[in-house]
Design a protein around this ligand. Structure first.
Ligand code: G3P
Ligand code: CA
Length: 256
């Protein structure tokens, strides 16, 4: 059964990458959560999408130049007044440390996809730090490390040979199965534009047939596209609107 992963929590309806967004996505019944991590000036792993505070908070500055304490001063919710569900209480949301998200998840079996945002700054040592936090607070849950920056994933595999690593791709690669096997990837995380819309012949040419169990697709919000991916039985759909995707999957199940 295709799993539904909430993108940055439930990004379509709540402030992305906040504890509120993760809580809401869990409440909606997600199988997994996706989030993004960076390293602060004082070496803490924080959950935020961009390299700076500017877009998603009321603060400014590079994450790499700020301490966790400085980052904790800004609101991670007040920039999202354009979301219809916006509530003033969101202004109290803060940029979470990875540890806080894992503590929130502790009672739930939710899978976690940690995207290492290492393609602008390498954040030396981030792989060891993330692995150590997951070991301490992960509660044994399934964790998948993804990145557009392949060396970061290979470093993660050195730190922990048992780590699930998934390469994020914006474009097709030749012989995906060879990449999976040779690089020890658990999955490929593919932009939906690579996967949709295609005919079976196209999937054959792309060598994707038989690999769907190792493919997660992002970021899919359109109901028709979600249905197509459910038909393909990909491993997971990463979406900003997990509630909708879960409802579509449940409806499909009752029809079968
Ligand atoms: O993990 C899928 C997706 O999150 C990658 O793109 O820019 O949303 O982090 P982005
Ligand atoms: Ca991401």
């Amino acid at each position: 059964m295709t799993k539904i992963y909430g993108h940055r929590g439930a990004k379509g309806s709540y402030p992305e990458n906040t504890l509120l967004s993760f809580k809401k996505a869990i409440g909606q019944g997600v199988d997994g959560l996706e989030l993004d991590v960076h390293l602060t000036k004082d070496g803490e792993v924080v959950v935020i999408h961009d390299e700076t505070l500017d877009r998603t908070t009321n603060g400014t500055g590079w994450i790499k130049d700020l301490t966790l304490e400085e980052i904790k001063q800004v609101s991670a919710g007040s920039s999202f007044t354009h979301i219809p569900e916006y509530d003033e209480a969101w202004d109290l949301e803060r940029v979470p440390a990875l540890q806080e998200v894992l503590e929130l998840l502790a009672p739930y079996p939710t899978e976690l996809n940690i995207e290492l945002k290492t393609y602008v700054f390498a954040y030396k040592g981030i792989e060891e730090k993330v692995q150590s936090i997951v070991e301490q607070y992960g509660n044994g849950r399934k964790v998948v490390y993804s990145s557009f920056h392949l060396p970061s994933l290979l470093r993660m595999k050195k730190v922990n040979p048992g780590a699930n690593i998934a390469w994020l791709l914006n474009q097709e690669i030749s012989f995906p199965a060879d990449h999976i096997e040779t690089l020890g990837l658990e999955a490929l995380h593919l932009n939906k534009n690579i996967v949709l819309p295609r005919t079976e012949a196209a999937y054959r040419i792309m060598n994707l047939i038989g690999l769907y169990e190792n493919i997660r697709v992002w970021t899919v919000n359109d109901p028709d596209q979600i249905r197509q991916l459910l038909d393909l039985q990909v491993n997971a759909i990463i979406t900003d609107f997990p509630e909708t995707a879960i409802a579509l999957r449940d409806r499909k199940k009752t029809l079968v």
